[in-house]
Design a protein around this ligand. Sequence first.
Ligand code: PLP
Length: 393
Amino acid sequence: MVASPQRLGLTAFHYLEEMSLRWLADLLQLPAGMQGIYTSGGSVANIVALGAARQSAFERLGEDPARQGVSLPCRIFASAAAHHTVYRAAAVLGMGRDSVVPIALDGAGRMCPEDLRRRLADCDPSAVKVAIVANAGSTDTGAIDPLQAIGCIAREHNLWLHVDGAYGLPGILDPTCATLYTGLRLADSTCVDPHKWLGAPVGVGAAFVRDRALLQRAFTQEAADYLEGTCSQTTAMHSLDSLGLPYADWGLELSAPSRGVVVWALIREIGKRGLAQRVCRHNAMARRVADRARQGPRLELVLEPTLSICCFRYRDSRWKDLNQLNRQIHRQLIHSGVNMPSTTTVNGKLVLRPCFIGARALWEQADSLVDEVLWIGDRIAGKSTTVTRGELI
Ligand SMILES: Cc1ncc(COP(=O)(O)O)c(C=O)c1O
């Protein structure tokens, strides 16, 4: 529990930011003491986290990359399924996109610890190893990397571990998969997007690190005449005095909306139990799609779901190019506007990729999607079968 704003000397704005960040950390069972800042989303959260990793790696060499830039080539060891904003973060932070070393995936889309070990051993000795980036819910398939094994490797190599949970961190609320997050306790930074699975409006992400002082050194805008006195801790002469917490020095934004009030309101209204129920329902919807895809000859389950994403496709033995067929089905789905999954590629197969995260995504929609895929697929493949609701079960 956070003490009252008056006792902490915080404005209502800072009080709500701080309290809701604490609530988020508790909700998502982050390592004790992790401290957060809000961002506009996962893209910026990844920049913030990797900025902290870069600062930490170079400070250990006696350098300040925030002031001097990076003097040596860098390496970031990231799951081959890392979100592409990790590459952009490396570029923006002056390390370059080429500093990202993709680590091979296993058949279930998870980072292979053995390949990580190999890549670390093969790393150019003159390069600075900045971080390992693992997924807690990859964008393509929802795979959760073996965080415990990866965290142990990070510790052995004294390396920063960033866990990108922009989409998947709330999955920890589902008891059926909570143990997959055990290694989160070894993370040095993580991020989550309340605007994804937690139902906040777009523009609300959060990054967490173990020590925000590191963020201050990485991202401070430094003193400026136009800011002088506005944050005096001693003399409350100006309405902006004693603001307390320098959020503007911990991330990339100075002017920023109050994201804390949004997260505070949604957790206050729905509560942990309500959010957990929603996450469990969405995961069950992905499993429902998987069950139907597994049973019927006209569908193929391409990957067992881990969270609320299910990768499956329509199939027809007479059709040579199933990627093309499924692309056509996808176009028609989007055109009809009832069920609108996205697509991705898994082991060379173009798949339909429903990702159930919407607060209003209801159980029936899992069947509705499968029915529509069958109906459209049959029509394109020239089959005259009719699809009845929930068929094959
Ligand atoms: C795992 C992951 N990381 C980062 C991002 C980027 O997040 P945003 O769109 O909020 O910037 C996404 C977006 O889908 C994501 O799935």
